[in-house]
Structure formats: C-alpha cells, structure tokens
Design a protein around this ligand. Structure first.
Ligand code: PMV
Length: 315
C-alpha cells in the first residue's frame, strides 16, 4: 500500500554561483520541467526499510551510512522519531546528474517529503531545507546551501549564505533556455579549484566576487522592478567574471556563443561550471531558434522554461 509520496523540482542558478560560497548573494529559481519523486510503500512486518534507486537499478539499506540516500533517510527518520519502519522508498528522477540542476538536493528533498507524509507529519520547507543541507555537505564538502534552499522552498530565492532565504517577487516572467553540455562536472572539484586559486591570490578573487555581487544586485533590481530585458547583458557580465574565476570550459563557451548567435541577448554558465549547464535569456520568439542552435552546437538536452510562472516546455 502506498503511504506517502514526495516530489521536488530541479533548480537553476541565475546569477552568483561560486561567489556565493564566499558570502556574496546569488539568485536561483526552480525548474519544474524536471523533478525527483519518492514513493513510500509498506512491506511485510519485520522486513525493515529498503531504498530502491530505480534509475541506478540499485537497492540501498539504512546501514550503508556513506550513501546519500541512506543518510537522508536516516536523518528524516530521526526527525520523525522512527527507528526503522517496514517501508520501501522508491526513488526516481528526471534531473540529469552532476550537471548543475540540483539533482542530489532534489532527490533528498523528495525522500524527506515522502517519508514525512508516510509518517503523517507535515514538515515545513525550513525543516526539509535543513535535512537536505546535511546531505549536500556529504556531496560538496562546503556547499553554500543555495541548491537545497531553492528546492525546499520551491520558489525563486535571493540567497546569502548563513542568512534566512529571501523569496523574491518576479514582476514580469522571463524565459530562459537551459543547455546541457553533456559533460558531467562534479561541483566539489570546481569549488575546490576556486578555493585553491583564492588561497593563492585572495585580493584578486575577493575583488572578482565583489563584482559578481554587484551584478547580482542589478539583476535582482531588474527582476523585481519588471525589467527582465536587462538580464541579458548582466548574464554576459557574470559570465566574463566566471571565466576569470576559472570555471568556464570550451564546451560551455561553444553553447554560449551558439545561443548568442541565434538571438539570445545574454548567456552564462549555471552552477559549478567546467561542464554541466548554461543558460541564455530568450523571448518566446527566439526560444525555438536558440534551442535549435544549442542542439546543433552539441547540447545533449535543452529545456526552455519561464521563470516566474509555473510550467513550460521541455523543448
Ligand atoms: O553545481 P550546482 O548547481 O550544485 O551549483 C553549485 C553552486 C556553487 O556556487 C558553485 C557551489 C555552492 O555550494 O553554492
């Protein structure tokens, strides 16, 4: 019998990645075209709990404490005051792994929500957020917390590490194309490389992060005051800084150029960089051409999504 079901969207960082690890603000939004889902069912008495990762064709038990799925389940059960119920947790996700769309955090959030529904407890976003953050620490080492926050709250957020998330109003929805380079790039490695570079030349990196913060501030104003067309040049500016920070790659640059050639008014990498996804500012009129150009330039997946309004098309 089905006892509970939990879902969580993907996410995209619009502005501010990497600098956000160093206390500067970032803007991020949910991507509802992709999602993770966890279904909790009962099992025969005494059989314990098993987690079926259906995409990976793997079953995980609670004792595998180093596994993120076992860890998130353990943390959620502790919060719910349960030892080991006789449950099966089946997990599925359409969010590409290690590509900057928050797959790990979304899977964790779906599991926490499924388990809490099965237990008859209504955990609010702040509690889901706190549990998912613990798991993210296992993946990333020193995550800023932006991924778990936007996914747990399910709405666009202005995020500053260590402060309560600030959901922000989008005065006029805008459309972005998200292009996946197909090159998996673990965030932990990119974040670690930036850390080493920062240690070698703090002054230069702090100045770059300050300039990113300036871009994020301008983007927030443009979004909340209904001038989304300003976001294109701001994306270009943020991308130039990310390049200097050292996290772009030839694959990302190729997709960014392809999007610009097809009419996008700005584009940048999104997330950890080096591979993974890029985003481009489009309009309903240019979206199809930009999506086609991204695919022709090697994107393995393109999602066109409207930020500020639920729904959209998987192009
Ligand atoms: O690669 P993603 O989407 O998980 O994003 C990482 C964002 C960084 O700012 C690079 C790291 C962080 O913890 O915020």
């Amino acid at each position: 019998m089905q006892l509970g079901i939990g879902t969580a969207p993907g996410k995209v960082i619009l502005f501010g990645e990497h600098a956000v690890v160093y206390g500067r603000p970032a803007l991020a939004a949910p991507v509802v075209q992709v999602h993770a889902r966890a279904v909790v069912e009962d099992r025969p008495a005494g059989s314990g709990l098993v987690i079926d990762a259906l995409d990976l064709r793997r079953s995980i038990v609670l004792a595998q404490t180093g596994h993120p799925l076992a860890l998130v389940t353990r943390l959620a059960l502790d919060r719910l005051g349960l030892a080991e119920p006789d449950w099966r947790v089946s997990v599925r996700s359409t969010i590409p792994i290690a590509s900057g769309l928050g797959s790990g955090a979304a899977v964790s959030a779906a599991v926490v929500r499924g388990l809490s529904q099965a237990a008859g407890v209504d955990l609010g976003p702040a509690e889901v957020d706190a549990i998912v953050y613990e798991v993210e620490r296992l993946h990333h080492g020193t995550p800023s917390g932006v991924d778990n926050t936007v996914i747990a709250y399910g709405q666009p957020v202005y995020f500053v590490r260590g402060t309560p998330p600030q959901p922000f109003a989008i005065a006029r929805p805008f459309t972005i194309a998200i292009g996946d380079t197909g090159k998996a790039s673990p965030t932990k490695i990119a974040v670690g490389d930036v850390r080493s570079a920062w240690e070698r030349d703090r002054e230069r990196y702090e100045a770059l992060f300050d300039r990113v913060a300036g871009v994020v501030g301008s983007a927030r104003a443009a979004i909340t005051q209904g001038r989304p067309e300003e976001l294109g040049p701001l994306m270009d500016e943020n991308q130039a800084l990310l390049r200097e920070i050292g996290v772009s790659s030839p694959e990302l640059e190729r997709l960014i150029a392809a999007a610009r050639d097809a009419g996008a008014t700005g584009a940048k990498l999104s997330g950890g960089g080096r591979g993974g996804n890029m985003i481009a500012l489009v309009t309903p009129e240019t979206a199809v051409a930009v999506a086609g150009s991204l695919r022709a330039a090697g994107a393995v997946r393109v999602i066109v999504t409207e930020v500020g309004r639920a729904g959209g098309d998987d192009a």
